[in-house]
Design a protein around this ligand. Sequence first.
Ligand code: FAD
Length: 461
Amino acid sequence: METKDLEPKVLDAFSSQLKGELITPQSDRYDMFRRVYNAMIDKRPAMIVRCENVADILYSLEFGKTHDIPIAIRSGGHNAAGLGIADHGIVIDLGLMNGIQVDLKFNTVRVEAGCLLGDIDHALAPFGKAFPTGIFSTTGISGLTLGGGFGHLSRAYGLTIDSLLEADIILADGRLITTDHHNFPDLFWAIRGGGGNFGIVTSYLFELHPAGKIHGGPMLWPIEEARHIMPFYRDYILKAPKEIYCYFAFLTVPPVSIFPEHLHLKKMCGLIWCNLGSTIKSNQALEHFRNFKTPVLDYVDFMDYYHLQSLFDALYPSGLQWYWKGAFIKDLDKDAITKNIAFAKLLPTPHSTVHFYPINGACHDKKNGDTAWGNRDANWSQVIVGVDPDPTNNNKITHWAKSYWEAIHPYSLGGGYINFMMDEGQDQIKASYRDNYDKLQKIKQKYDPKNLFRINQNIEP
Ligand SMILES: Cc1cc2nc3c(=O)[nH]c(=O)nc-3n(C[C@H](O)[C@H](O)[C@H](O)COP(=O)(O)OP(=O)(O)OC[C@H]3O[C@@H](n4cnc5c(N)ncnc54)[C@H](O)[C@@H]3O)c2cc1C
């Protein structure tokens, strides 16, 4: 569908229904609004609706259905595969819907679907509260939550979906409903990990947890030390107290002034910490590693959780080229470690990186079948990230990420986090949901039999 295929009076009538703005290819700001975080994505939608309220979403959904236009839903626009936007589609853009209501009486926060993580962290910071989300404040809460969500607080409090109490959602038939453990419980099960397959979420209610001052930041060693640090880290984090969190990373030190010049552009391995609770326990954890091998960079300090959440934003601004792949890892045996280090030494560009996010601790309090997120038995969610500002390096970063992933695939549980996927296709989506896929498919048949919501890691009805 192109907007030129629609009569001007049809578009005018649609536009006049909206409180928000209708952007078409004829609009001056079309190129600005069709952009997403990953600059490798270059899609040309038929129109973008910058919704201001639920009514705008309902009118847009109806318009898309009436004119048979593919429907894409964009909240934070951070999805690396670009699934918040579609060629020839109508983009229902929720970015302006970013209201937040903190309720200290019930220890909850209601969050509109267009919020970025930074909006939420900012609103909660004065109260020293949070719930687990991701590690970059520029990510959207919607795509992250619907895919499962994890970050610095996940060993303490679980996945993002484990703090989700209810969601308001517009179904394919146009109904606006509230789903929770008691109302539409099958749908509530499905949206906790099943992505944007089941409707358009307009707001979420989350439970809050204590997260004021934390002990956090990076600790780095030369990549040559990874053969010692990685197994030491593995053994430690599998048994660590829940309030201790650190993810393992391979990275290149950015050539910026906050890092010592002699380390600039050196390949490293490291831990990024976020310890809650007792300072004594946190110090014990840090000393455990410092005594094992002295880090060449040690920036771990007391800070507000809010501060840690945006610490790395500036290193990865919007507009870089991204290609990434994910894997769920249960065991990191000697062979797996050797393979990882071999590929990490080949990090193709300074922005490219590899992270192992621990998803044990409180994430293991639930079982694989309790929510749609079917990988509770994994200990890490690994992401292999090829990034560079220069599009001429796209083949280089893509080839490295793919061959790294192939090499470690035998050591994984088969699938990967759907929010760390590109366009791997149906087999990999099924492998990622494992035993939960059949149930997800039945729920999809019930709520979206015509697959109206298909611009996502799609569960085919
Ligand atoms: C730099 C970076 C860091 C990241 N760090 C983490 C991390 O620490 N932890 C983690 O878990 N993930 C992380 N992610 C992955 C992130 O969870 C996904 O990219 C996620 O899709 C982003 O959500 P969004 O709303 O910004 O995406 P969008 O591009 O807006 O949307 C992505 C998908 O979600 C669906 N969707 C969006 N909004 C709605 C809605 N309101 N209703 C229904 N469906 C909707 C869309 O259909 C689309 O398929 C990171 C991503 C990046 C780029």
